[in-house]
Design a protein around this ligand. Structure first.
Ligand code: PEP
Length: 287
């Protein structure tokens, strides 16, 4: 099975990190198309994963102006890849190790993900950070390894409720962003999607207000501008994640600095996820 792009190399330029010829240019010249990704977490069995992937893929004719990905559990990546073949829905994984191979019992490597057809990988999700104690340094190693082996990271940042209440939201996301992107060159940054996911909004039904989301997204873009320059920062997609559903997606996706959504619970129900995709497709058409 061939990944959307793959290969090995040094952290120097697009070719050296393994993007197939033309792939890096394609990523870098795409002007912030809305990008909706479904994070299925540790849910669904094999048949359920195939069914859901097919239900999403069957509607893919409507998604010509947006990017869509689904991220099933590791054991079903190959089955879902098969269900998505030839459709406009990409495959992503939910995590990975930063080494390509070796004595890391229970882990899955970037090359394995590329080998089963993954284009994206979610890194630094709050459940990885807070349940499995992943540090910024680990997330950074993973981001760099993903890019090295031709995967496009979806890098999650976000504050806890106590941090928001203490007025520390900007400080927390800045620390996470800077540390996670340490050593990532500007040539590679547009292979990265940032996902702002306030931890208090994940799986809780409490969605950030459009004003709260836009404030943090604008702050993230300002930070990216400081780190990489305005031209590069303007091209980076920043998804919002946290209790996105069909009925609140439109109000978030229309915000100037919100370029898509990372969707958990609502991505497990075809109708709900398709509702989010339709909201995104409608906005993309009117842009
Ligand atoms: C997530 O886990 O990335 C997420 C955003 O979950 P939910 O949509 O269920 O809040």
């Amino acid at each position: 099975m061939s990944p959307c792009f793959g290969g090995e190399g040094e952290h120097k330029d697009a070719a050296a990190v393994g993007f197939a010829p033309g792939r890096a240019e394609e990523l870098m010249s795409t002007p912030r198309r809305l990008f909706i990704a479904g994070n299925w977490k540790m849910n669904l069995d094999r048949a359920g994963s195939q069914r859901l992937a097919s239900a999403v893929a069957d509607q893919s004719y409507a998604y010509t102006k947006i990017d869509v990905a689904v991220c099933p559990a590791f054991p079903y990546l190959a089955d879902v890849h098969e269900a998505l073949t030839g459709r406009r829905v990409a495959l992503g994984a939910q995590n990975m190790h930063y080494e390509a191979s070796g004595a890391y019992t229970g882990e899955v490597s970037p090359t394995m993900l590329a080998d089963v057809g993954c284009k994206y990988v979610i890194l630094g999700h709050s459940e990885r950070r807070h349940v499995f104690s992943e540090t910024d340094e680990m997330v950074n190693r993973k981001v760099r390894a993903a890019l090295q082996f031709g995967l496009a990271p979806i890098l999650c940042v976000g504050e806890l409720l106590a941090e928001r209440e203490a007025g520390k939201t900007n400080e927390i996301v800045e620390r996470q962003l800077r540390a996670s992107l340490n050593g990532v060159s500007f040539e590679h940054l547009r292979g990265v999607t940032i996902a702002y996911e306030p931890v208090w909004a994940i799986g809780t039904g409490k969605v950030a207000t459009p004003a709260q989301a836009e404030e943090v997204h604008a702050h993230l873009r300002k930070l990216l501008t400081t780190m990489y320059g305005a031209d590069i920062a303007q091209g980076v997609r920043i998804q919002y994640g946290g209790s996105v559903k069909a009925d609140n997606a439109g109000g978030l996706l229309e915000l100037p600095n919100v370029d898509g959504a990372l969707v958990g619970g609502a991505s497990l129900k075809a109708e709900e996820f398709l509702g989010i995709l339709h909201a995104a497709a409608r906005l993309a058409k009117s842009q």
